[in-house]
Design a protein. Structure first.
Length: 57
């Protein structure tokens, strides 16, 4: 099984979770990788500026 780009779905699964907060803050959680939770959390319009959290399984 392949996605639209021809990548094997087994090898690449991306999930984007958008968390919106009062005041226009939004956190985007992006996970990708069949092993689980290798991805990044990106914060946009965050009071402390750009912030990024990387996490691994």
């Amino acid at each position: 099984m392949e996605d639209k780009s021809g990548n094997s779905v087994k090898e690449l699964i991306k999930i984007h979770i958008y968390l919106d907060f009062v005041g226009g803050k939004r956190i985007i959680i992006e996970t990708g990788n069949r092993k689980g939770f290798t991805g990044t959390i990106l914060a946009q319009s965050w009071p402390l500026g750009d912030c990024q959290l990387a996490f691994n399984d």
